[in-house]
Design a protein around this ligand. Structure first.
Ligand code: ATP
Ligand code: MG
Length: 384
């Protein structure tokens, strides 16, 4: 194995001696250089291949600002910051800039080596993904449309609608469609399409600093149904690890590579500030024709309106329609919105397709429900 090439940006003797002492013990890490200023670090990076850059926090300038400037010049090295104390606000900053890790001093040798090793593994993964994809992906002219499927009531049918709508839109082979599962805790969009993903949204967040329209596709899974999927991860407390800035970067990047980005949201009212909602071109509010669901949607519409969310983006979709419950006309009066589209109830078959992971519209293409999805897709493609 080639040694991992490390550059240290640190000016105190203390940190320099400590790092030398630690690296002396292992042969798979090589200290390629020690510099005391950002400028010198840039110079070394311009002329050498560096895998990992260690930035000490005892510098003239803020180490996170330095990391930010260096990483926008040189995307290759993984950055690890060596801190005196770990503040919450700095962790947030670090994630945003794409700093790989933050370690506190006094340094624990095995922790440092482990962090360097993992950072290097990440770089290798990235490099091989880039090679695989080289030249295959074109930047799309224009900006893809974000269609977000939302409802503050659990079980309204968001995932079912998101998955089937995505497949319906991809019937047009010219269009590239991705389904993004933003239900970070309980997401099952991947399951609904029976995919066994190599990566999840958590992997992208790990690598957020390097994400661009070309590269993001390596993290997506192409399904046999003609659409790509970005599943939510299953790491515990993924929600705390992924922040709103990450989601914004991911969605905006996807807009450069896809025609339609279908977002499956969790059913929570707090999510109203989520980029999945803010950036949506169309916000499909899913309601079922029963009093509790309509009340819920009415409350959400009120909150969206208080936040000045553009009314024109909001589209009411009635799911599991056609029973003897509330009629569309009454729903429209109550919500003061017209119904944009509806999807009929088909209990048994809907549940079975979700369970086996085959989109309903492919399994039962001639059903009323499939026609409903075709109509919905058509309205989205050609808004009148
Ligand atoms: N049109 C429909 N007819 C019959 N059953 C449906 C229909 N739409 C969805 N369902 C069923 O409702 C259940 C919940 O659907 P789904 O998982 O899509 O809801 P959700 O809003 O994503 O839920 P959660 O809030 O848990 O994410 C599923 O079992 C699904 O099969
Ligand atoms: Mg769901």
């Amino acid at each position: 194995m080639d040694a991992i090439r490390v550059l240290l940006l640190g000016k105190t003797d203390e940190i320099r001696n400590k790092i030398e002492e630690i690296f002396y013990q292992v042969d798979y890490i090589m200290l390629t250089g020690k510099v005391a200023t950002e400028q010198d670090a840039m110079m070394v990076l311009a002329n050498n291949i560096i895998d990992v850059l260690l930035i000490d926090s005892d510098l003239e300038d803020d180490s996170y600002d330095i990391a930010d400037r260096i990483s926008s010049e040189y995307v290759e090295p993984a950055i690890i910051i060596l801190e005196n104390t770990l503040l919450e606000e700095n962790i947030h900053k670090a994630f945003l800039i794409g700093v790989r890790d933050v370690l506190t001093k006094p340094l624990n040798p095995s922790e440092l080596m482990d962090s360097i090793y993992k950072a290097n593994e990440q770089i290798k993964k990235r490099t091989s993904l880039r090679k695989e994809n080289n030249g295959k992906i074109n930047k799309k002219p224009g900006r893809g449309k974000i269609i977000t499927v939302y409802s503050t009531k659990g079980g309204a049918g968001k995932t079912f609608i998101a998955a089937n709508l995505a497949v319906a839109l991809a019937k047009n082979k010219e269009k590239k469609v991705v389904l993004v599962d933003l239900d970070l805790d309980f997401g099952n969009a991947g399951l609904a399409l029976n995919v066994n993903p190599k990566f999840t949204i958590l992997d992208i967040v790990d690598d957020i600093r390097n994400i661009d329209y070309e590269f993001i596709e390596s993290y997506l899974t192409l399904t046999t149904y003609g659409i790509w999927v970005l599943p939510s991860g299953s790491r515990l407390m993924a929600n705390e690890f992924i922040n709103m800035d990450h989601i914004e970067i991911i969605l905006k990047t996807l807009q450069n590579a896809f025609d339609y980005i279908i977002v499956d949201m969790p059913g929570r009212i707090e999510d109203i500030g989520n980029p999945g909602i803010i950036l949506a071109d169309n916000l499909l509010m899913v309601a079922t024709p029963d009093i509790s669901s309509i009340k819920n949607v009415k409350a959400s519409l009120g909150i969206l309106s208080e936040r000045n969310y553009p009314k024109t983006k909001i589209k009411i979709v009635i799911n599991r329609a056609g029973g003897k419950e509330i009629r569309n006309r009454d729903i429209e009066t109550t919500l003061n919105y017209s119904v944009y589209a509806q999807v009929k109830a088909d209990w048994k078959r809907a549940a079975s397709t979700m369970n086996i992971g085959v989109p309903f519209i492919l399994k039962y293409p001639y059903s009323t429900l499939s026609k409903n999805f075709k109509y919905l897709a058509k309205k989205i493609v050609n808004p009148s």
